[in-house]
Ligand binder design. Structure first.
Ligand code: NDP
Length: 285
C-alpha cells in the first residue's frame, strides 16, 4: 500500500492528508495541536505519538507549516538518525535562503529535501490543474512523483533547493501588489458610488496583463528599453491624474504615490523618453 507522512495540519496540511486518504494512501500525521488530527484519524489516518515516529513511519515526509521556524521547532524534536534515507517534501513557504539552509540541515542527517511552493489554495489540492513549484534533486522527485502528483501537478524548476521558494516569492510579489491594486481601485470606485458588481467586468479586463507581459519580456531580455509605444514621462503624467482622482475621492493615495515616485525617479535619472521597462534598472539599484 502507498504510504506517506504529513506533518502540519493547518488548512493546507489538512487538505493534503484528506486527499491522500481519498487516494487510498496509508497516512501518518503529526501536528503540534494533536486535536487537529481528529477528523483524519476518524477516516483511518494514524496519529504518530512523536515527531520521531512520524518521520520514521514513511520514506516520504510532507511538511506543511507556517514557516521554517516551525519546521525546526518540530524536526529538532526527532534524533538526527530518524532522518536517514528519508525524502522531505517541504511545502512550507519561506525565503530561498531558508529553504537552502533546511536542505543542508536535512542533508547532514542523511535526508533529501524537495522544496515546494504550492500554487493553489487548500480546496484545490488534488484537483485538476493544481500545481506546485518544486526544486531539488531530480531523482528524488522522480522517486516520489506519483505521491506528489496526488496533491498537485509538478513544475520542477531545477536542482537548487532555493529555486522553488524564489519563484514562489516573486509570484507573491506580483500577487499581493496586484490584488491590493484591485482593492485600492475598488475603494475609489465605492467612494464614487460604483459597486463591486458594477466594476467587476472592467476590473477583470484591466487585470489581464498577459498582452503587456508578452510584449515586454522579449524586449527586457534583449535590453531594449526604447519608448516607441509608451514612455516613463507618460507614466508620470498618468499617475498624477490617478493620484489627483484618488485624493479627490477621499481615498488613501499612498499606493499610487509610491508608483508616481518611482516614475519620477526614473524620469529624473534621464529616462523620461524610455519605455517603462527602464524601471527594472531603477529598482535594482
Ligand atoms: P498555517 O499557518 O495555518 O499552518 C499552520 C501549521 O503550522 C499548523 O500545523 C501549526 O500547528 C504549525 N505551526 C506553526 N507554528 C508552529 C510552531 N512554532 N511549532 C509547531 N508547529 C507550528 O498555514 P496553512 O496550513 O494555511 O499553510 C501551510 C503552508 O502552505 C504555509 O507555508 C503557506 O504559506 C503555504 N500555502 C498556503 C496556502 C493557503 O491558501 N493556505 C496556499 C499556498 C501555500 P498548530 O496546528 O499546532 O498551530
Amino acid at each position: 500500500m502507498n504510504s506517506v507522512t504529513v506533518i502540519g495540519l493547518g488548512p493546507m496540511g489538512q487538505a493534503m492528508a484528506h486527499t491522500y486518504l481519498d487516494s487510498g494512501y496509508d497516512v501518518t500525521v503529526w501536528n503540534r495541536t494533536a486535536a487537529k488530527a481528529d477528523d483524519l484519524v476518524a477516516r483511518g489516518a494514524r496519529l504518530a505519538p512523536s515527531v520521531e515516529a512520524a518521520v520514521t513511519a514513511n520514506d516520504l515526509v510532507v511538511l506543511s507549516l507556517t514557516d521554517y521556524d516551525a519546521v525546526y521547532a518540530i524536526l529538532e524534536q526527532a534524533p538526527a538518525a530518524a532522518f536517514a534515507g528519508r525524502t522531505v517534501a517541504n511545502l512550507t513557504s519561506d525565503t530561498p535562503d531558508k529553504a537552502r539552509k533546511a536542505a543542508a540541515w536535512l542533508a547532514e542527517r542523511g535526508a533529501v529535501q524537495i522544496t515546494g511552493g504550492v500554487q493553489v489554495p487548500p480546496p484545490l489540492i488534488g484537483k485538476e490543474g493544481a500545481e506546485t513549484y518544486y526544486s531539488g534533486p531530480e531523482d528524488a522527485i522522480e522517486t516520489h512523483r506519483a505521491a506528489l502528483e496526488v496533491l498537485t501537478g509538478i513544475d520542477h524548476l531545477g536542482e537548487d533547493p532555493g529555486l522553488a521558494a524564489l519563484f514562489y516569492q516573486i509570484g507573491m510579489d506580483m500577487f499581493w501588489t496586484g490584488l491590493v491594486s484591485y482593492l485600492h481601485a475598488q475603494a475609489v470606485a465605492e467612494a464614487n458610488g460604483i459597486s463591486a458588481e458594477r466594476f467587476l467586468p472592467n476590473a477583470v479586463k484591466t487585470m489581464d496583463f498577459r498582452y503587456f507581459l508578452e510584449y515586454y519580456a522579449p524586449r527586457i531580455a534583449a535590453g531594449n528599453h526604447e519608448g516607441e509605444v509608451e514612455r516613463v514621462a507618460m507614466g508620470v503624467a498618468s499617475m498624477e491624474h490617478v493620484l489627483h482622482t484618488v485624493e479627490a475621492s477621499g481615498v488613501d493615495g499612498s499606493l499610487p504615490a509610491t508608483v508616481l515616485d518611482l516614475f519620477r525617479r526614473a524620469a529624473a535619472e534621464g529616462h523620461g523618453e524610455d519605455s517603462l521597462t527602464r524601471l527594472i534598472e531603477v529598482l535594482k539599484r
